[in-house]
Design a protein around this ligand. Sequence first.
Ligand SMILES: [Zn+2]
Length: 332
Amino acid sequence: MKHFIQAVSGILIPLIALATGCTGCTGSNVADSIPAEEKLVKVKGPGFSQDSAFNLIQKQLSFGFRVPGTKEHKNCADWLYAELKKYCDTVYYQKGNATTYDKKTIPVYNLIGSFRPGHAQRAMLASHWDSRPWGDADTKDTDKPIPAANDGASGVAVLLELARNLKGNKPPIGVDIVFFDAEDYGKSEVENSFCLGSQYWAKNLHKPGYRAQFGVLLDMVGGNNAKFMWEGHSDRTANWVLVHTWGIAQELGFRNYFVSQRTGEIIDDHRYVNEATGIPMIDIIQHDPSGRFAPYWHTHADNMDAVDKNTLYAVGHTITALVFNPPLNLIQ
Ligand SMILES: [Zn+2]
């Protein structure tokens, strides 16, 4: 999957300290030190259960390897569709095809669930749901599929748990939850061989002329000791969404996960969404300042042992608060 285009030296920007002049604030007292008028989280949204999110990852893995073109993959797609139908106002089951780097034709199933479909202002929240067909970063069985608990299933789980909580808790804006397929069927040496589902969607919008005011992609958001930094493409095209989202996370006490440090650009679904539609979309993705992903990335060790409920909790609460406190005043 993704590899760094260019590395940019990190510049640490302790956002909250800047805003309030409060140095050394840690954990939950951050919010208390901010004057109410400066708080980003003004509206308290519904809860978020990290246990439920954790179970939703296990459920995806229970289907087997979600490799495009397999029955396990189709069974999981049907389940995702049924789950979204339980919570969302409108659901789309987008079916298409894509050609892989090795000239194979694979089915592509993108699932889209919308809340308040008629609302003019919208947030697009996405994750890929497929799993990589090979453990090519492993030392053994490099041609065998991987469980992909963090790389794919974690983002889907956070968004499904959000959808469960939005049912009965109307968000202040329209929300579109998008599960992109075939993100991980690529080879880094072949351009545009990753993100085949978002590329298909970009050419076949689920709703003609679809637009959202801002977007967030979740990728590898359940790993233990995860750090989320300012990925380069997100920073270059949607810095205001980064600042607002990281501000909310740090206000909620998650600054040990959400670190305001710039890093290099990553090839991921947000690029294809942004380049095709102009939607300013950020990528919340676990990586370190030098561009490395977790040691179990694209190996058979990307299983439930790699998942940490505390990380799901931090990301889940941040995304929920973002939906209920969207950066509408910042929209450009
Ligand atoms: Zn991957």
